[in-house]
Design a protein around this ligand. Sequence first.
Ligand code: GLC
Length: 707
Amino acid sequence: MPLDPAILNEMTLAEKIGQLTMVTAGYATTGPIVAGDTTAALKAGRIGSLFNLWGRDAVRAAQRQAVKETRLGIPLFFGLDVIHGFRTIFPIPLAETGAFDIALWERTAMEAAAEAAAEGIDLTFTPMLDIGRDPRWGRIAEGIGEDPLAGARFARAKVQGLQSRDFAGDGRLAACAKHFVAYGAVTAGRDYAPVDISRRTLEEVYLPPFHAAVAAGVASLMPAFTDLDGVPLSANGDMLRGVLRDRWGFEGIVISDYGAIGELIKHGVAGDLAEAAALALNAGVDIDMMAYAYERGLPDALDRGLVAMATLDAAVMRVLRFKEHLGLFDDPYRRCSGSEGETADRRASRRVAAREAGQRSLVLLKNEGGLLPFGGRHRRLAVIGPLADAPAEMLGPWASAGKGADAVSVLAGLHEALPAVDIVHAEGVSIAGEDRAGIAAAVEVARSADGVILCLGEAAAMSGEAASRARIDLPGCQEELFAAVAETGKPLVVLLFSGRPLSAPDVFARAKAVLACWFPGSEAGRAIADVLTGASSPVGRLPVTWPRHVGQVPIYFAARTGGRPENPADKYTSKYLDLPNAPEFPFGHGLGYGDIAFSDLAVDVGERLAISLTASNRGERDDEVVVFLFIRDPVASVARPALELKDFTRLRLAAGESLRLTFTLTRGRLSFLDQRLQPVFEGGDLEILVGPSADRARLLSTTITYR
Ligand code: GLC
């Protein structure tokens, strides 16, 4: 029986506004802490949904108050940030994007949804689809890297994994694509700072992942805290109604970010809470998360004619229909009845998935002389550094209900993987402290061993929300620890843990091997040991360009060259006096343990372009590789990027195996926005480039003419 809009006639204004009010229940802190007990408001029907609460009993208790003790008995829905896992934590999204593995992206989302739904959660504020090209910005860790095509595929996979065909299904969650839009372009990489970008960049870079999520049927969306060229997203009708609903046909609900509606006053576009509430509701924000702006501002706004009751009713109906779709009117306790949790087997299989996701997100940046994988040659292995025995840090930011005690540290993972090896440990220094007293002892431990693994990087809290860094180098005195250990001359492997690319030129110059681990999640130590010992190959690739220095930022491969592209021999070209333009490592970089080569690029120019090449594994080990397809349009009505990613695929190649693969490009895929920002296919010469990363020197290329 579909919900009858006549229900609105039974609702008081306070009850209508209550359905548009979402309040934190305090199990996790994801924003400015608000004191006070929500029980009275809940019973008065002034709250329509809760977040940051989980567990069947707790959810059931809150739901019973809503259903049994409010006048109309309208059930609540429950939200949570299940960003990269609920209790079983997977690698941070930036790391997982680097797996370039659509099946993996979907699987971890499905696993996370099942685990959270079993604890009474209905909706997750995920996937975070903010393109990140500035590693100073802490939330680059939560996002999808620098490329919109990879980001769009990640978006589709995550919505599919979380929701499947129906987000009300058992083990499924309603997804929430966030933070709409261009949050990653904050000025100076500083969280919450203003965003000024061209409409072209908005359309070509930042909107596509959200469009993909909407096309995949995402149930909800969250506007960013930030403005877009002076118009805060929480009051941006052009984006929330014009693009999202009118152009893309989005029919889901829009949930504000934490307190964002009230912040319209600080943005300087609202004089008081009534104006802020009216701006947001008129722009298309359905639910007010934690600003109490709708509760305290809408009655006044209605009296002052700033907003129409019809607009309010439409928002209320969208929220009620969302609850109806969740099946909450039929059975409000459908996700919180009973007390049986998941079976031990289910939990064990999820840990296996976390270990595999961890393995596949690690990026081998350097491996001089094939130092890795370790054979059984070590008698004694020194495991040194502040992240060697730091299980809680392995979870990274936004670890939801994950517990550090459940995570496997590097040290524990290596002990488990190498029982016959004498493993010795020294912390050396803390992550961010200035105390150097432990360096000498760490050096002695290194001297006593025949191999050294040095675990360096950031704390989990140094990325994620409200965690921008002006410098992106190793915190504290870790560089001194590195230098002292490197002086021993021992074969040195560095494991880097971070939520962003780090500037560490001395490490990259002197360590024989460097593995970017990001934050690998609950199974970190086992996944890392698997790769170090060769039980699995490092198949991760960089989802972002890795700068040498923060002074190069923003740095990304799909930049236009300008009229004076870098020429070291010509002073008057676009370059620095003190650094090359080239990054430390390019987008897509990552080494494996095989020896994969690409050859025989051929393009068949017909109705479509058929682009073929051969990939060969000349090594002794099976391996996997990601093959990227780029184009460069040398002459067009608009200056085009130096490289544009048009496709990628992941290949498994047995030792000695060769494979012929083909990409297809249509005129539609080669269209771009003309000077009036209208899609156009112009034809003409086109450079086709294929290979393992955005490093032009490693790409096969040819130029064809296509009309
Ligand atoms: C936070 C974040 C957002 C999150 C929300 C609820 O401030 O910006 O990503 O989903 O609040 O926790």
